[in-house]
Write a protein that binds this ligand. Structure first.
Ligand SMILES: [Zn+2]
Ligand SMILES: [Zn+2]
Length: 543
């Protein structure tokens, strides 16, 4: 009722009656209308509603309200720390319709500005959602990374002569982790096993045949396999690659490899170059390992700048100058691409044409002031429902580069979503396609797209595809990087930072780009300042 702005007196009387009924010392089922009416706080009209509920199991008025409320909004009512009034603001003023979008909005700092909210409420909401996300047993890589490394350090200090390494999803740098696995090699397997069993490195420690299970503080399941040192590398190999990968490699080996002295030896015996753990998914890189043509995977040091970031001009926390100084002085980068939201993104205070021109003046001024660093004028232009960009051409041509992204009306079938994206890709002003599916990992599926068609269109129109480095997005999905690279498409590792610390997400962008097989020669923001300047000029027909 509060969500739909019902009369406050009516809301109060219903809440009061519900409270009183709940406290009755006897069950209410089976009571007659006359008996119900006499209950303190109930009265005639509510007695009617209660009878209706008891007889039919529901109430027409309630069903009507429910039918007008998206299920995601109802789910939000279950989040600790926000009552119906706040949910109403989140839904109606901010246009957020489910828990996943709300979580992302907290990370993008969008709640702070809303009526009755502040930094603290936003933080509480974010933590409450994180808690429920974790309780499903699956975790974002970024949410378990620090604790996983702490755990392995503790184990190393207990077994200074032991050999220990992560395996499975975590070692393969998967974006979602459902179990943290590792292998511990020691001279005496049973001593190690018992030492670990009686340690306090995890909670819920339990013994199984050759492994020990437990839980991290955040609830993630852990499984540690104990083996004698001579079996360590075989176990490490078998547990790291996915099932298909391990089988394909082992099938190529004739003879015995029960006690290899390294993982490299296993690949060598299979007639392959060493395949890094993050690439051990199926047989994707077997051919390249056979022909000595595995990619030299990109590293964080290869990144020379950062594109697609927000400032206080739209929904960011830091000013353009603060963002620039952080990139120049802390991260030692050569350039920053500012991409505040465009005018249709009203919920994120998207820039009017006037604000765009003012921001450009500010950037010109800063570019004169900041030595050894350059700020590029970009915009994150909404892709409107018909696939067009958000400003008239005479404004679009003023930008150095344009990231085009979908932010509204995400409910589309594959055909509509694909054609909407392709229309934007074909726009000559589009430089980069931003977060191609709009997904929020573990909380919102992206709209369905025909990946091949979208990637092919980018190849044809010379449009770069973003790898959005926010650990919730990691979109373009790594499973499509290889295809994009084969088609000649460039990728760009974009943090989509809404505050200075947001730049640090580039670390997760790098991990997932490595998993996708990206190398620096095809990453847009691996270009030096000079190289990327001429790249933008050429794309805009200026060079
Ligand atoms: Zn965006
Ligand atoms: Zn953005």
């Amino acid at each position: 009722m509060e969500l739909h702005d019902a009369n406050p007196f009516k809301i109060k009387s219903v809440a009061n009656a519900a409270f009183k009924v709940d406290k009755l010392p006897y069950p209410i089922a089976g009571k007659t209308f006359a008996e119900l009416e006499k209950i303190d706080g109930v009265g005639k009209s509510l007695a009617g509603k209660i009878s209706e509920l008891l007889e039919t199991g529901t109430m027409v008025e309630m069903d009507e309200l429910l039918s007008k409320t998206p299920s995601g909004v109802i789910e939000m009512m279950g989040i600790k720390g926000i009552g119906p009034k706040k949910v109403a603001i989140i839904w109606q003023d901010l246009g957020i319709e489910n828990v996943g979008e709300l979580f992302y909005a907290c990370n993008e700092n969008r709640l702070v500005e809303a009526k009755g909210f502040g930094l603290k409420t936003q933080d509480d909401v974010r933590k409450a959602i994180e808690f429920t996300m974790d309780s499903h047993g699956k975790f974002l890589y970024a949410r378990v990374e620090a604790e996983a490394h702490d755990l392995i350090q503790q184990i190393k200090s207990i077994f200074p002569d032991g050999m220990v390494e992560f395996t499975g999803e975590f070692r393969r740098l998967c974006e979602i982790i459902s179990k943290l696995t590792m292998v511990l090699g020691s001279r005496d397997q049973s001593i190690a096993f018992n030492t670990l069993l009686h340690s306090d490195v995890m909670s819920n420690i339990a013994a199984h045949e050759n492994h020990i299970t437990g839980k991290l503080v955040n609830g993630l399941e852990v499984e540690i396999t104990c083996v004698e040192k001579r079996y360590y590398y075989k176990e490490l190999f078998v547990q790291t690659g996915n099932e298909e990968h391990v089988k394909v490699v082992l099938d190529r080996i004739t003879g015995d490899i029960d006690q290899p002295e390294s993982e490299e030896i296993i690949y060598k015996k299979a007639g392959l170059d060493f395949i890094l753990p993050e690439l051990r998914e199926g047989s994707a890189y077997i051919g390249k390992a056979e022909s000595n043509s595995l990619p030299a995977l990109i590293t964080l040091r290869d990144l020379k700048g950062t594109l697609h970031n927000h400032s206080t001009w739209s929904d960011g926390i830091n000013t353009v100058e603060e963002m620039s100084l952080y990139c120049r002085d802390e991260l030692k980068l050569e350039y920053l691409g500012m991409c505040d939201h465009s005018k249709s993104a009203f919920y994120a205070r998207g820039l009017s044409i006037e604000s765009v021109l003012q921001q450009h003046e500010e950037i010109d001024h800063l570019n004169k002031k900041l030595s050894g660093f350059h700020i590029f004028k970009g915009i994150e232009s909404d892709i409107l429902y018909d696939g067009s960009l958000d400003y008239p051409d005479e404004i679009l041509k003023r930008f150095d580069f344009i990231v085009a992204s979908v932010h509204s009306i995400l409910k589309m079938d594959e055909e509509k979503a694909t054609s909407r994206l392709i229309k934007a890709i074909e726009n000559p002003f589009t430089t980069i396609l931003g977060h191609p599916t709009g997904r929020l990992l573990l909380s919102r599926n992206g709209y369905p797209i025909d990946y091949k068609k979208v990637i092919d269109a980018c190849a044809e129109n010379n449009v770069v595809i973003e790898i959005n480095a926010n650990p919730l997005r990691l979109d373009l999905d790594w499973r499509w990087h290889k295809y994009a690279l084969e088609k000649g498409v460039w990728l760009s590792i974009n943090p989509d930072a809404h505050r200075k610390e947001g730049f640090l997400d580039m670390h997760y962008g790098i991990l997932v780009a490595r998993k996708g097989g990206l190398y620096k020669e095809r990453c847009l923001n691996s270009l030096s300042l000079q190289e990327i300047s001429s790249y933008f000029d050429k794309k805009a027909g200026r060079g």
